[in-house]
Design a protein around this ligand. Structure first.
Ligand code: DAH
Length: 347
């Protein structure tokens, strides 16, 4: 009898070697130790044998059954692990981005000139201790207009027609000035920051107008701020950007959020003030609207006007790029022509 069980064991071990799937393994198990399996048959065949033989053989059969069960369990674990492995291999995704996608933009085309000049302006201001703030493109009526002293129905809104959302409360910001409001709301004076970004207007496009363009807003609030502070920072910025010292002048300009408000002009860098086609024979170029922050604006954002005051400015970045590189049409900026962008290759 033990020869028979030895043979069964050998048959089992040989068979299990070739099994690769869970159903095949379940079948093999049933064939050997199931109710109708080989081992059960042996027990059935022993009916009528003397009890000590039944006990002896029963022990051998049970031991073999336990061995088979354990071997089947081990094999089952191996098959399951292999199945999971296969699945993982099939479902594996490569989450790394191909570097070459980025290479294209940087090495083939370079940065957009507006990005380059924005970074330069940011560098100049951070070196003078200004923070850089960001603000949302989708603004609400309050931050874009009301808190800047432009109440509903104020005529100044006409100059900044934009794209409204259907709730008539939200709009694409018309200028970077709402960054001033958000900056004032979230910090206590003294502070100074700049806020660059895209702005939007419902404009008919031509060589000098686009629906999407770029500004950088600036603000400084402290005790006893004067127009001299404003002129100092603007002169420093422009001299850095143009790489030489520039002469500036202020003319009165109206913006509801500043009082007094100014248009800051620079002496034409092409003709040195003598008059040429670039400055339309004026000798001066209008560059930068600015002023002393209106007390209403400070009050709206919770700043104590008995103690603090400040200046603000809004610089058009596209205009600056056009002047620096002699670009005559703003529509090149969003034209998507890589030959245009490639000219400014630099990091
Ligand atoms: N937000 C104005 C515009 O887009 C520009 C401006 C003017 C900003 C005067 C200022 C400022 O901060 O003081 O037309």
């Amino acid at each position: 009898m033990s020869k028979k069980t030895e043979q069964i064991k050998a048959d089992f071990l040989k068979a299990i070697e070739t099994v690769r799937t869970q159903p095949d393994l379940a079948k093999l198990k049933a064939d050997f130790i199931g109710k109708k399996g080989v081992l059960s048959e042996i027990l059935k065949e022993m009916k009528g044998q003397p009890p000590e033989i039944i006990r002896e053989i029963g022990q051998v059969v049970n031991q073999l059954k336990t061995e088979i069960e354990k071997t089947v369990d081990d094999k089952m674990k191996k098959i399951e692990a292999a199945v999971i492995n296969e699945k993982l291999k099939r479902e594996r995704i490569d989450v790394s981005l191909r570097e070459s996608l980025f290479d294209r933009g940087l090495t083939d085309a370079g940065y957009h000139p507006v990005t380059l000049i924005q970074r330069e302006v940011e560098d100049v201001f951070t070196s003078m201790g200004f923070e850089i703030l960001d603000g949302p493109h989708i603004e609400d009526d309050y931050h874009n207009f009301v808190a800047l002293n432009i109440p509903k129905h104020h005529p100044a809104r006409d100059m900044q027609d934009t794209f409204w959302f259907s709730d008539l409360k939200h709009l694409l910001r018309t200028h970077t000035s709402p960054i001033q409001v958000r900056g004032m709301e979230s910090r206590k004076p003294p502070f100074k920051f700049v806020g660059p970004g895209k702005v939007f207007r419902n404009e008919a496009t031509d060589a000098s107008h686009e629906m999407v363009f770029h500004q950088i807003e600036g603000m400084m609030v402290d005790e006893n701020i004067t127009v001299s502070h404003l002129i100092y920072f603007m002169k420093t910025l422009l001299s850095e950007i143009f790489g030489r010292s520039v002469e500036v002048r202020l003319r009165p300009g109206f913006f509801p959020f500043v009082e007094p408000g100014f248009e800051l002009d620079i002496k034409c860098l092409i003709c040195g003030g003598k008059g040429c086609s670039v400055c339309k024979h004026q000798g001066w170029l209008e560059l930068l609207p600015c002023g002393m922050v209106h007390p209403n604006v400070l009050t709206y954002s919770g700043i104590d006007i008995k103690r603090y005051n400040g200046f603000a400015f809004g610089l058009g970045l596209d205009r600056l790029v056009m002047m620096r590189y002699g670009i005559d049409d703003i529509r090149h900026f969003h034209g998507g022509d890589l030959r245009f962008i490639r000219q400014f290759k630099s990091c």
